[in-house]
Design a protein around this ligand. Structure first.
Ligand code: NAD
Length: 252
């Protein structure tokens, strides 16, 4: 499929997990792809890696300029870089609050700010932000992370309203627990990693985690010119975790 043929995409956080799967998929579907990441190492051939910290406005500005210089246009931005945080409302310092909001929310703002002048010239402009089901579902010990993703949801809707008349579609994807290095890092804290992974799988309505490729597929759907009427939506990719109310399994 080549629905992205001739288009140019930026994927932030594209060196790992969901971002990497997205960069690869968009590239396979015809896009030129630039990955903005802290460590854009080991990317597949044909994907441009640029070292960018999304908390640094000057770095973001010059990386967007480098994409334009290299490819001459910009059509798609996938704002995916994000970091986690653990704790209840007493659990994170002010510095950590500011850091997580800076990466997860203001990072998206910086990339969008510098991308917009170029997106306005695209006939197929789309921004996809990576949100999370924790924006709507209360999950224990995730106060800061959830607040950041709630902000991403609101940011997405407000941006969609501001830019729809310019022909720029803004949407977000909301993964549930997705099997990426992020989850590996989180599970590595457990006393019994195998048991913790089995418990996490069992917690899913489908009995398994979402894959990075499945989230990438949803991001590609939202970013694709084929989805030109999809604006200001959130697409959950969560194994039904948020929307379903399943009865407990029958006892043998
Ligand atoms: P990951 O840790 O595998 O990848 C995140 C990438 O972001 C890394 O390559 C990292 O270097 C990059 N990054 C971090 N801070 C950055 C910065 N300041 N500037 C540039 N790049 C930076 O994680 P993932 O699971 O692929 O998560 C990707 C996104 O999906 C995040 O926004 C995360 O909040 C969201 N998400 C993940 C899950 C999950 O279960 N894995 C669930 C819901 C939402």
């Amino acid at each position: 499929m080549t629905d992205f043929g001739g288009l140019v995409a930026i994927v932030t956080g594209g060196a790992s997990g969901i971002g990497l799967a997205t960069a690869e998929l968009l590239n396979r579907r015809g896009a030129e792809v630039a990955v903005f990441d802290l460590k854009p190492d080991g990317l597949p051939d044909g994907i441009l890696g640029i070292e960018v910290d999304v908390t640094d406005d000057a770095q973001v500005e010059s990386a967007v300029a480098a994409v334009i210089e290299r490819f001459g246009r910009l059509d798609v931005v996938v704002n995916n870089a994000g970091i986690g945080a653990v704790g209840d409302v007493t659990g994170n310092s002010d510095d950590e609050w500011l850091r997580v909001m800076d990466v997860n929310v203001v990072g998206m703002v910086r990339v969008a700010r510098h991308a917009l002048p170029h997106l306005r010239r695209s006939p197929a402009a789309a921004i996809v932000n990576t949100c999370s089901i924790v924006a709507w579902a209360g999950v224990e010990q995730r106060v800061l992370y959830s607040a950041s993703k709630g902000a991403v949801y609101a940011l997405t809707l407000a941006m969609a309203a501001d830019h729809v008349r310019e022909g720029i579609r803004v949407n977000c994807v909301a993964p549930g627990s997705a099997d990426t290095p992020w989850i590996d890092r989180s599970l590595s804290q457990a006393a019994d990693v195998t048991a913790a992974r089995a418990a996490l799988n069992a917690f899913q309505p489908t009995g398994r985690l979402v894959s990075a490729d499945e989230v990438a597929g949803a991001i590609a759907y939202l970013a694709s010119p084929l989805s030109s009427a999809t604006v200001g939506t959130v697409l959950a990719v969560d194994n039904g975790m948020h929307g379903l109310r399943l009865r407990p399994p029958a006892q043998p």
